[in-house]
Ligand binder design. Structure first.
Ligand code: LLP
Length: 424
Protein backbone atom coordinates (compact mmCIF):
# COMPACT_ATOMS: atom_id res chain seq x y z
CA UNK A 1 0.00 0.00 0.00
CA UNK A 2 1.29 3.43 -0.89
CA UNK A 3 0.86 6.08 1.74
CA UNK A 4 1.61 8.84 -0.76
CA UNK A 5 -0.82 8.75 -3.67
CA UNK A 6 -2.89 10.93 -5.98
CA UNK A 7 -6.49 11.24 -4.91
CA UNK A 8 -8.88 13.41 -6.89
CA UNK A 9 -5.93 14.77 -8.88
CA UNK A 10 -3.96 15.90 -5.82
CA UNK A 11 -1.04 14.15 -4.10
CA UNK A 12 -1.99 13.08 -0.61
CA UNK A 13 -0.08 11.82 2.38
CA UNK A 14 -2.59 9.30 3.70
CA UNK A 15 -5.80 11.34 4.02
CA UNK A 16 -4.28 14.82 3.80
CA UNK A 17 -3.58 16.75 0.58
CA UNK A 18 0.00 18.01 0.53
CA UNK A 19 -1.31 21.31 -0.87
CA UNK A 20 -3.33 21.78 2.32
CA UNK A 21 -0.20 21.34 4.44
CA UNK A 22 1.74 23.68 2.15
CA UNK A 23 -0.91 26.37 2.52
CA UNK A 24 -0.70 26.16 6.29
CA UNK A 25 2.99 25.48 6.89
CA UNK A 26 4.65 27.07 3.86
CA UNK A 27 7.34 25.47 1.71
CA UNK A 28 9.69 23.70 1.76
CA UNK A 29 8.64 21.11 4.33
CA UNK A 30 9.23 17.46 5.13
CA UNK A 31 6.17 15.27 5.54
CA UNK A 32 6.16 11.85 7.22
CA UNK A 33 3.36 9.29 7.06
CA UNK A 34 2.73 7.66 10.45
CA UNK A 35 0.98 4.78 8.66
CA UNK A 36 4.06 4.11 6.53
CA UNK A 37 6.30 4.27 9.60
CA UNK A 38 4.11 1.78 11.45
CA UNK A 39 3.93 -0.53 8.44
CA UNK A 40 7.73 -0.48 8.16
CA UNK A 41 8.12 -1.32 11.83
CA UNK A 42 5.50 -4.06 11.61
CA UNK A 43 7.37 -5.73 8.76
CA UNK A 44 10.40 -6.08 11.06
CA UNK A 45 8.31 -7.13 14.05
CA UNK A 46 6.58 -9.85 12.03
CA UNK A 47 9.86 -11.10 10.56
CA UNK A 48 11.57 -11.56 13.94
CA UNK A 49 8.61 -13.30 15.57
CA UNK A 50 9.85 -16.47 17.21
CA UNK A 51 13.49 -15.37 16.98
CA UNK A 52 15.56 -14.26 19.96
CA UNK A 53 16.02 -10.81 18.45
CA UNK A 54 15.44 -7.10 18.95
CA UNK A 55 15.45 -4.03 16.74
CA UNK A 56 17.16 -0.75 17.61
CA UNK A 57 16.09 2.01 15.22
CA UNK A 58 19.18 3.78 13.81
CA UNK A 59 17.91 7.23 14.59
CA UNK A 60 20.63 8.97 12.60
CA UNK A 61 18.36 8.34 9.60
CA UNK A 62 15.62 10.55 11.03
CA UNK A 63 15.78 11.82 14.57
CA UNK A 64 12.52 13.72 14.68
CA UNK A 65 11.13 13.19 18.20
CA UNK A 66 7.71 12.13 16.96
CA UNK A 67 9.26 9.53 14.67
CA UNK A 68 11.39 8.07 17.46
CA UNK A 69 8.43 8.10 19.81
CA UNK A 70 6.23 6.26 17.32
CA UNK A 71 8.82 3.47 17.01
CA UNK A 72 9.47 3.45 20.75
CA UNK A 73 5.77 2.94 21.45
CA UNK A 74 5.86 -0.06 19.14
CA UNK A 75 8.77 -1.59 21.07
CA UNK A 76 11.86 -0.26 19.30
CA UNK A 77 15.17 0.46 20.91
CA UNK A 78 17.51 3.08 19.47
CA UNK A 79 20.90 2.84 17.83
CA UNK A 80 22.71 6.08 18.61
CA UNK A 81 26.03 7.61 17.61
CA UNK A 82 26.30 10.60 19.93
CA UNK A 83 25.17 11.85 23.30
CA UNK A 84 22.92 14.25 21.43
CA UNK A 85 21.10 11.29 19.93
CA UNK A 86 21.02 9.60 23.33
CA UNK A 87 19.28 12.61 24.86
CA UNK A 88 16.81 12.66 22.00
CA UNK A 89 16.08 8.94 22.34
CA UNK A 90 15.49 9.34 26.08
CA UNK A 91 13.36 12.45 25.50
CA UNK A 92 11.26 10.43 23.05
CA UNK A 93 10.69 7.81 25.74
CA UNK A 94 13.05 5.01 24.65
CA UNK A 95 14.24 3.19 27.80
CA UNK A 96 18.03 3.52 28.28
CA UNK A 97 18.35 -0.24 28.45
CA UNK A 98 17.13 -0.47 24.84
CA UNK A 99 19.81 1.91 23.53
CA UNK A 100 22.86 0.71 21.60
CA UNK A 101 25.70 3.21 21.35
CA UNK A 102 27.71 2.83 18.13
CA UNK A 103 30.33 5.11 16.61
CA UNK A 104 33.96 5.21 15.67
CA UNK A 105 35.06 8.12 17.85
CA UNK A 106 33.27 8.42 21.17
CA UNK A 107 34.75 10.96 23.58
CA UNK A 108 35.41 10.01 27.22
CA UNK A 109 32.77 12.53 28.29
CA UNK A 110 30.26 10.87 25.94
CA UNK A 111 31.09 7.39 27.25
CA UNK A 112 30.66 8.70 30.77
CA UNK A 113 27.26 10.20 29.96
CA UNK A 114 26.15 6.95 28.31
CA UNK A 115 27.20 4.83 31.29
CA UNK A 116 25.56 7.24 33.72
CA UNK A 117 22.33 7.08 31.75
CA UNK A 118 22.49 3.28 31.76
CA UNK A 119 22.53 2.56 28.01
CA UNK A 120 22.10 -1.12 27.31
CA UNK A 121 25.08 -1.80 25.09
CA UNK A 122 28.14 0.02 23.82
CA UNK A 123 29.61 -1.13 20.52
CA UNK A 124 33.34 -0.56 20.77
CA UNK A 125 35.27 0.03 17.56
CA UNK A 126 38.96 0.13 18.56
CA UNK A 127 41.44 -1.03 21.18
CA UNK A 128 41.98 2.58 22.23
CA UNK A 129 38.26 2.87 22.92
CA UNK A 130 38.35 -0.34 25.01
CA UNK A 131 40.99 1.26 27.24
CA UNK A 132 39.12 4.56 27.52
CA UNK A 133 35.81 2.89 28.30
CA UNK A 134 37.46 0.67 30.89
CA UNK A 135 38.89 3.75 32.61
CA UNK A 136 35.60 5.64 32.51
CA UNK A 137 33.62 2.66 33.83
CA UNK A 138 36.22 2.31 36.60
CA UNK A 139 35.70 5.94 37.63
CA UNK A 140 31.99 5.27 37.92
CA UNK A 141 32.58 1.99 39.75
CA UNK A 142 30.64 -0.13 37.29
CA UNK A 143 31.12 -2.73 34.60
CA UNK A 144 30.08 -1.81 31.05
CA UNK A 145 28.33 -4.31 28.77
CA UNK A 146 30.03 -4.12 25.41
CA UNK A 147 30.15 -5.73 22.03
CA UNK A 148 33.11 -5.28 19.74
CA UNK A 149 32.31 -4.14 16.24
CA UNK A 150 34.35 -6.05 13.73
CA UNK A 151 34.97 -5.11 10.15
CA UNK A 152 34.35 -8.29 8.14
CA UNK A 153 35.92 -6.91 4.94
CA UNK A 154 33.08 -7.60 2.53
CA UNK A 155 32.03 -5.42 -0.36
CA UNK A 156 28.49 -4.20 0.24
CA UNK A 157 28.30 -3.08 -3.42
CA UNK A 158 26.78 0.24 -2.54
CA UNK A 159 27.90 3.85 -3.02
CA UNK A 160 31.53 4.36 -1.93
CA UNK A 161 30.53 7.02 0.59
CA UNK A 162 28.14 4.69 2.42
CA UNK A 163 30.04 1.42 2.42
CA UNK A 164 31.54 0.65 5.81
CA UNK A 165 32.59 -3.00 5.92
CA UNK A 166 35.83 -2.92 3.89
CA UNK A 167 39.29 -2.95 5.36
CA UNK A 168 39.81 0.48 3.80
CA UNK A 169 36.96 1.92 5.89
CA UNK A 170 37.51 3.45 9.30
CA UNK A 171 34.77 1.39 10.94
CA UNK A 172 35.08 -1.53 13.33
CA UNK A 173 38.11 -3.63 14.17
CA UNK A 174 39.70 -5.52 11.31
CA UNK A 175 38.34 -9.06 11.59
CA UNK A 176 41.89 -10.43 11.41
CA UNK A 177 42.81 -8.43 14.52
CA UNK A 178 39.58 -9.11 16.38
CA UNK A 179 40.87 -11.94 18.60
CA UNK A 180 43.55 -9.65 20.02
CA UNK A 181 40.97 -6.97 20.75
CA UNK A 182 38.71 -9.46 22.52
CA UNK A 183 41.70 -10.72 24.51
CA UNK A 184 42.43 -7.16 25.60
CA UNK A 185 38.78 -6.59 26.50
CA UNK A 186 38.80 -9.80 28.53
CA UNK A 187 41.73 -8.51 30.58
CA UNK A 188 40.15 -5.13 31.31
CA UNK A 189 38.35 -5.39 34.66
CA UNK A 190 35.52 -2.92 34.04
CA UNK A 191 34.29 -4.34 30.74
CA UNK A 192 31.86 -7.18 30.29
CA UNK A 193 32.09 -8.51 26.74
CA UNK A 194 28.68 -9.74 25.66
CA UNK A 195 29.02 -10.06 21.92
CA UNK A 196 30.07 -9.09 18.44
CA UNK A 197 28.67 -6.37 16.19
CA UNK A 198 28.93 -5.59 12.50
CA UNK A 199 27.47 -3.09 10.05
CA UNK A 200 28.64 -3.39 6.47
CA UNK A 201 27.08 -0.45 4.69
CA UNK A 202 23.89 1.28 3.73
CA UNK A 203 21.33 1.02 0.92
CA UNK A 204 22.13 -2.66 0.34
CA UNK A 205 19.83 -4.27 -2.18
CA UNK A 206 21.46 -7.70 -2.24
CA UNK A 207 21.57 -10.24 0.56
CA UNK A 208 24.88 -11.73 -0.57
CA UNK A 209 27.12 -9.29 1.35
CA UNK A 210 25.11 -9.96 4.52
CA UNK A 211 25.49 -13.69 4.03
CA UNK A 212 29.24 -13.39 3.39
CA UNK A 213 29.74 -11.14 6.41
CA UNK A 214 27.69 -13.34 8.75
CA UNK A 215 29.64 -16.42 7.65
CA UNK A 216 32.90 -14.66 8.53
CA UNK A 217 31.64 -13.38 11.87
CA UNK A 218 30.17 -16.79 12.71
CA UNK A 219 33.61 -18.31 12.23
CA UNK A 220 35.10 -15.62 14.44
CA UNK A 221 32.50 -16.30 17.15
CA UNK A 222 33.62 -19.94 17.16
CA UNK A 223 37.25 -18.90 17.66
CA UNK A 224 36.34 -16.40 20.35
CA UNK A 225 34.47 -19.06 22.27
CA UNK A 226 37.50 -21.34 22.01
CA UNK A 227 39.49 -18.45 23.44
CA UNK A 228 37.14 -18.52 26.43
CA UNK A 229 34.86 -15.54 25.68
CA UNK A 230 31.18 -15.85 26.24
CA UNK A 231 29.53 -14.46 23.12
CA UNK A 232 25.82 -14.10 23.75
CA UNK A 233 24.85 -11.35 21.29
CA UNK A 234 25.36 -10.80 17.60
CA UNK A 235 24.47 -7.31 16.35
CA UNK A 236 23.96 -7.52 12.58
CA UNK A 237 23.72 -3.73 12.07
CA UNK A 238 21.46 -2.02 9.56
CA UNK A 239 21.82 -1.19 5.90
CA UNK A 240 18.78 -2.60 4.12
CA UNK A 241 17.97 -0.63 1.00
CA UNK A 242 14.78 1.02 -0.19
CA UNK A 243 13.28 2.07 -3.51
CA UNK A 244 14.50 5.38 -4.89
CA UNK A 245 14.18 4.58 -8.60
CA UNK A 246 13.81 0.97 -9.72
CA UNK A 247 15.76 -0.93 -7.04
CA UNK A 248 14.37 -4.27 -5.92
CA UNK A 249 15.40 -4.54 -2.28
CA UNK A 250 14.65 -7.83 -0.53
CA UNK A 251 11.70 -8.06 1.83
CA UNK A 252 12.46 -8.11 5.55
CA UNK A 253 11.17 -11.68 5.66
CA UNK A 254 13.69 -12.70 2.99
CA UNK A 255 16.45 -10.91 4.86
CA UNK A 256 15.53 -12.59 8.15
CA UNK A 257 15.36 -15.99 6.49
CA UNK A 258 18.99 -15.60 5.41
CA UNK A 259 20.02 -14.32 8.83
CA UNK A 260 18.19 -17.16 10.60
CA UNK A 261 19.77 -19.76 8.34
CA UNK A 262 23.30 -18.41 8.65
CA UNK A 263 23.11 -17.97 12.43
CA UNK A 264 21.37 -21.26 13.14
CA UNK A 265 22.82 -23.11 16.11
CA UNK A 266 24.94 -20.15 17.13
CA UNK A 267 22.83 -19.58 20.22
CA UNK A 268 23.22 -15.81 20.04
CA UNK A 269 20.58 -13.22 20.72
CA UNK A 270 20.42 -11.08 17.57
CA UNK A 271 19.99 -7.35 17.22
CA UNK A 272 19.37 -5.20 14.18
CA UNK A 273 19.94 -1.50 13.58
CA UNK A 274 17.80 -0.50 10.60
CA UNK A 275 17.50 3.18 9.80
CA UNK A 276 16.73 4.00 6.18
CA UNK A 277 14.45 0.99 5.70
CA UNK A 278 12.13 2.16 8.47
CA UNK A 279 11.81 5.80 7.44
CA UNK A 280 13.07 6.40 3.90
CA UNK A 281 9.93 5.75 1.91
CA UNK A 282 7.74 7.11 4.69
CA UNK A 283 8.84 10.69 4.08
CA UNK A 284 8.78 13.26 1.29
CA UNK A 285 10.10 16.77 0.82
CA UNK A 286 7.71 19.29 -0.69
CA UNK A 287 8.85 22.45 -2.42
CA UNK A 288 7.28 25.16 -4.54
CA UNK A 289 8.42 26.26 -7.98
CA UNK A 290 9.84 29.78 -7.77
CA UNK A 291 10.40 30.21 -11.48
CA UNK A 292 11.18 28.33 -14.66
CA UNK A 293 14.21 29.32 -16.70
CA UNK A 294 14.41 27.87 -20.19
CA UNK A 295 17.97 27.44 -21.51
CA UNK A 296 19.31 26.28 -24.82
CA UNK A 297 20.65 23.04 -23.27
CA UNK A 298 17.79 22.39 -20.87
CA UNK A 299 15.16 23.98 -18.73
CA UNK A 300 15.87 24.84 -15.11
CA UNK A 301 12.98 24.52 -12.71
CA UNK A 302 14.03 26.53 -9.67
CA UNK A 303 12.27 25.43 -6.51
CA UNK A 304 12.43 26.65 -2.93
CA UNK A 305 13.81 23.31 -1.64
CA UNK A 306 17.57 23.08 -2.06
CA UNK A 307 20.74 21.16 -1.29
CA UNK A 308 20.70 22.54 2.25
CA UNK A 309 17.33 20.79 2.75
CA UNK A 310 18.25 17.53 0.99
CA UNK A 311 21.97 17.01 0.35
CA UNK A 312 21.78 13.43 -0.97
CA UNK A 313 21.63 14.28 -4.71
CA UNK A 314 24.61 16.64 -4.37
CA UNK A 315 26.64 14.42 -2.05
CA UNK A 316 26.02 10.96 -3.48
CA UNK A 317 24.56 11.67 -6.93
CA UNK A 318 21.50 10.05 -5.35
CA UNK A 319 18.34 9.69 -7.41
CA UNK A 320 15.09 10.87 -5.86
CA UNK A 321 11.88 10.79 -7.85
CA UNK A 322 10.24 14.17 -8.33
CA UNK A 323 6.50 14.33 -8.82
CA UNK A 324 4.20 17.28 -9.37
CA UNK A 325 1.78 17.55 -6.45
CA UNK A 326 -1.10 18.23 -8.84
CA UNK A 327 -1.53 15.08 -10.91
CA UNK A 328 -0.54 15.63 -14.53
CA UNK A 329 -2.97 14.53 -17.24
CA UNK A 330 -1.95 11.12 -18.57
CA UNK A 331 -1.35 12.57 -22.04
CA UNK A 332 0.61 15.60 -20.77
CA UNK A 333 3.76 16.35 -22.77
CA UNK A 334 7.03 16.41 -20.82
CA UNK A 335 10.11 18.57 -21.00
CA UNK A 336 13.68 17.74 -20.06
CA UNK A 337 14.67 19.71 -16.98
CA UNK A 338 16.90 20.06 -13.96
CA UNK A 339 15.12 20.66 -10.67
CA UNK A 340 17.43 22.99 -8.78
CA UNK A 341 17.40 25.10 -5.65
CA UNK A 342 18.19 28.81 -5.28
CA UNK A 343 21.60 28.26 -3.60
CA UNK A 344 24.74 29.75 -5.13
CA UNK A 345 26.39 26.43 -6.03
CA UNK A 346 26.28 24.49 -9.27
CA UNK A 347 25.94 21.37 -7.13
CA UNK A 348 22.63 22.64 -5.81
CA UNK A 349 20.22 20.32 -7.55
CA UNK A 350 17.55 17.84 -6.52
CA UNK A 351 17.39 16.12 -9.88
CA UNK A 352 19.01 16.42 -13.29
CA UNK A 353 17.76 15.58 -16.76
CA UNK A 354 14.26 14.58 -15.74
CA UNK A 355 11.31 14.51 -18.06
CA UNK A 356 8.52 16.28 -16.25
CA UNK A 357 5.27 17.85 -17.37
CA UNK A 358 5.74 21.61 -17.76
CA UNK A 359 5.76 23.30 -14.36
CA UNK A 360 5.00 26.94 -13.64
CA UNK A 361 5.73 29.26 -10.74
CA UNK A 362 3.61 28.34 -7.73
CA UNK A 363 3.32 24.64 -8.57
CA UNK A 364 4.25 22.25 -5.79
CA UNK A 365 6.64 19.35 -6.30
CA UNK A 366 7.22 16.33 -4.11
CA UNK A 367 10.62 14.68 -3.69
CA UNK A 368 10.06 11.02 -2.95
CA UNK A 369 11.88 8.72 -0.49
CA UNK A 370 13.23 11.63 1.51
CA UNK A 371 12.38 10.32 4.98
CA UNK A 372 15.89 8.98 5.65
CA UNK A 373 19.01 11.15 5.77
CA UNK A 374 16.94 14.13 4.65
CA UNK A 375 16.01 16.54 7.44
CA UNK A 376 18.81 15.20 9.66
CA UNK A 377 21.47 16.18 7.13
CA UNK A 378 20.00 19.62 6.45
CA UNK A 379 21.88 22.81 7.13
CA UNK A 380 21.02 26.48 7.14
CA UNK A 381 23.52 27.35 4.38
CA UNK A 382 22.70 30.67 2.76
CA UNK A 383 20.83 31.53 5.99
CA UNK A 384 17.96 29.36 4.90
CA UNK A 385 15.95 28.21 7.94
CA UNK A 386 15.70 24.44 8.43
CA UNK A 387 12.60 23.09 6.70
CA UNK A 388 9.86 22.14 9.15
CA UNK A 389 8.79 18.54 9.67
CA UNK A 390 5.17 17.46 9.59
CA UNK A 391 3.61 14.15 10.56
CA UNK A 392 0.39 12.91 8.98
CA UNK A 393 -1.69 10.22 10.64
CA UNK A 394 -4.87 9.37 8.75
CA UNK A 395 -6.67 12.66 8.23
CA UNK A 396 -4.72 14.52 10.94
CA UNK A 397 -1.46 16.33 10.61
CA UNK A 398 0.81 18.22 12.98
CA UNK A 399 4.02 20.18 12.69
CA UNK A 400 6.55 18.18 14.71
CA UNK A 401 9.41 20.61 14.22
CA UNK A 402 8.49 24.17 13.30
CA UNK A 403 10.47 26.29 10.88
CA UNK A 404 12.76 28.63 12.83
CA UNK A 405 12.56 32.28 11.88
CA UNK A 406 15.65 34.02 10.56
CA UNK A 407 15.36 36.23 13.65
CA UNK A 408 15.64 33.08 15.82
CA UNK A 409 18.77 32.13 13.91
CA UNK A 410 20.34 35.56 14.28
CA UNK A 411 19.50 35.88 17.95
CA UNK A 412 21.33 32.61 18.70
CA UNK A 413 24.61 34.31 17.75
CA UNK A 414 26.79 36.67 19.77
CA UNK A 415 29.06 39.51 18.75
CA UNK A 416 32.41 39.63 20.57
CA UNK A 417 32.26 42.33 23.24
CA UNK A 418 34.64 44.59 21.31
CA UNK A 419 32.26 44.66 18.38
CA UNK A 420 29.17 45.54 20.36
CA UNK A 421 27.76 48.92 19.34
CA UNK A 422 29.07 51.61 21.69
CA UNK A 423 26.55 52.79 24.23
CA UNK A 424 25.96 56.52 24.02
N1 LLP B 1 24.24 1.04 12.29
C1 LLP B 1 25.40 1.69 12.07
C2 LLP B 1 26.56 1.39 12.91
C3 LLP B 1 25.48 2.66 11.05
O1 LLP B 1 26.61 3.29 10.83
C4 LLP B 1 24.32 2.94 10.25
C5 LLP B 1 24.36 3.94 9.19
C6 LLP B 1 23.15 2.23 10.54
C7 LLP B 1 23.14 1.28 11.54
C8 LLP B 1 21.88 2.45 9.76
O2 LLP B 1 22.05 2.15 8.41
P1 LLP B 1 20.77 2.14 7.45
O3 LLP B 1 19.88 1.02 7.90
O4 LLP B 1 20.10 3.47 7.56
O5 LLP B 1 21.35 1.92 6.10
N2 LLP B 1 23.80 9.48 4.78
C9 LLP B 1 23.86 8.28 3.96
C10 LLP B 1 23.75 7.02 4.80
C11 LLP B 1 24.77 6.92 5.91
C12 LLP B 1 24.62 5.67 6.76
C13 LLP B 1 25.50 5.72 7.94
N3 LLP B 1 25.40 4.61 8.85
C14 LLP B 1 22.79 8.38 2.89
O6 LLP B 1 22.07 9.38 2.84
O7 LLP B 1 22.66 7.49 2.05
Amino acid sequence: MSFFAYKGGEMHAEGVALAVIAAQVGTPFYCYSAGALRAGWQEFADAIKGMKASVAYAMKANSNLAVIRLFGEMGAGADIVSVGEMKRALAAGIPAQRIIYSGVGKKPSELMAALEAGVGQINVESSAELETLNAVAGQLGLKADITIRVNPDVDAKTHAKITTGRKENKFGIDIDLAREAFALAGRLPNLNVVGVAMHIGSQLTSLTPYRDAIVRVRELIGQLREDGHSIERFDIGGGLGIVYADEKPPSIAEFMAVVARETEGLGCELSFEPGRRLVGEAGVLVGEVILVKPGSAKTFVIVDAAMNDLIRPTLYEAWHDILPVRQPRPDAATIRCDIVGPICESGDFLAQNRDLPPLVAGDLVMVRSAGAYGAVMASSYNSRPLAPEVMVDGTRFAVTRPRPTVEDMISAERLPPWMEPKKA
